[in-house]
Design a protein around this ligand. Structure first.
Ligand code: NAD
Ligand code: ZN
Ligand code: ZN
Length: 340
């Protein structure tokens, strides 16, 4: 990212040298997220990031070099990168919850590839080995998307899990990079029935392959169709991976009293909380951001057990512009992965 509001540029940079506790990772794969488009489209001043920086917040690769104070990993280790680098010293960061760093509002970054140099490059400098989770022989294109699409979905589902016992219903809105993994994580870690909604037929096919019990196009009567599939009571939880006025209206319209909404997508929509109002009685809302390092290890374990399969489309890093264009046009399926 060299200028706000402009397409990212492909430039030559020096291969970084790790100092202190830093670790150098040779990137094997980097996922492309819709959040990257939100960053590219952000007007100047909307995000606290300083330019230039390298995009790419979903990264897997191999450790090549260690700073003199780095420990806990060795050259040759294959790893996925925990991306929400916070301040590194608050209680949240120390506990592996950099996603909710106490100094978030004072930082010029939200993590790797989000204000700090990220993984759409041959090499990535990681501030500390504690941001690395071993992946063993998991293919890099499967591992990289786990670090955001997988982790964010896992974290969102973790918050909803108490509400998703036997006989319950979860609705996933938007079956793209995050959504298709959320369907799989719901299937693998909760007992709920999983219903999926998208605006594209091929995304519904992906939802079905991911284990959804039912999938449907976004239409004026979708709330009714989903309600019928929930045994006529409504959904216990909705995960909205789009976040527009339209999808939030569907989410609120389909929730059962006491139901819970995980508002994940940054689609620009908003909700008004008022009493009396249109929100169901007992409504609960969460705004999950990314996830914890511990949860990333959990996602990797799930993937290594065979419970998660990331549907990927591959592009060489040199064709990043084409990959970005496809995602923007809604032509990408599952997760787009860039390979240096
Ligand atoms: P994606 O483009 O891969 O997937 C989005 C899906 O939503 C697509 O399948 C698309 O067809 C579908 N969709 C679009 N409009 C729809 C509508 N009106 N109704 C139903 N479906 C619709 O995007 P992604 O990479 O999975 O990211 C999803 C969202 O989550 C983005 O806004 C992204 O910025 C955000 N995000 C948030 C976090 C977080 O921590 N909160 C982390 C990563 C991504
Ligand atoms: Zn992302
Ligand atoms: Zn912190």
């Amino acid at each position: 990212m060299t200028a706000w509001g402009e397409a990212p540029a492909s430039v030559e940079v020096e291969r970084p040298v790790p100092h202190g506790a830093e670790v150098l990772v040779r990137v094997e794969a980097a996922g492309l997220c819709r959040s990257d488009l939100h960053v590219m489209d952000a007007p100047p001043g909307a995000l606290p990031y300083r330019l230039p920086f390298t995009l790419g917040h979903e990264i897997a690769g191999q450790v090549t070099d260690l700073g003199p104070d780095a420990d806990g990993v060795a050259a040759g280790d294959r790893v996925v990168v925990y991306g929400p680098w916070g301040c590194g010293s608050c209680a949240r960061c120390a506990a592996g919850s950099g996603n909710y760093c106490d100094r978030r509002d004072t930082l010029a970054w939200h993590g790797a590839g989000l204000g700090r140099d990220g993984g759409m490059a041959e090499y990535l400098l990681v501030p500390s080995a504690r941001h690395l989770v071993p992946i063993g022989d998991l293919p890099a294109d499967q591992a990289a998307p786990l670090s955001d699409a997988g982790l964010t979905s896992y974290h969102a589902v973790s918050g909803l899990r108490p509400a998703l016992g036997e006989g319950t219903t979860a609705v996933v809105i938007g079956v793209g990079g995050l959504g298709h993994l959320a369907v799989q994580i719901l299937r693998a870690t909760t007992e709920s029935r999983v219903l999926a909604v998208d605006v594209r037929e091929d995304a519904l096919a992906l939802a079905d392959r991911s284990g959804a019990d039912f999938s449907t196009l976004m239409r004026p009567d979708t709330a009714r169709a989903l309600r019928a599939r929930s045994g006529d009571v409504g959904a216990d939880a909705v995960l909205d991976f789009v976040g527009t006025a339209q999808t939030l209206e569907l989410a609120v319209g389909v929730l059962r009293p006491g139901g819970e909404l995980a508002f994940v997508g940054s689609g620009g929509g908003s909700l008004t909380v008022a009493k009396p109002g249109v929100l169901p009685a007992g409504f609960r809302l969460s705004l999950p951001f990314w996830g914890t390092r511990h949860e990333l290890a959990g996602v990797v374990t799930l993937a290594r057990s065979g419970a998660l399969r990331v549907e990927t489309e591959h592009f060489p890093l040199s064709a990043a512009a084409e990959a970005i264009d496809r995602l923007r046009r809604g032509a990408a399926r599952g997760r787009t992965v860039l390979v240096p």
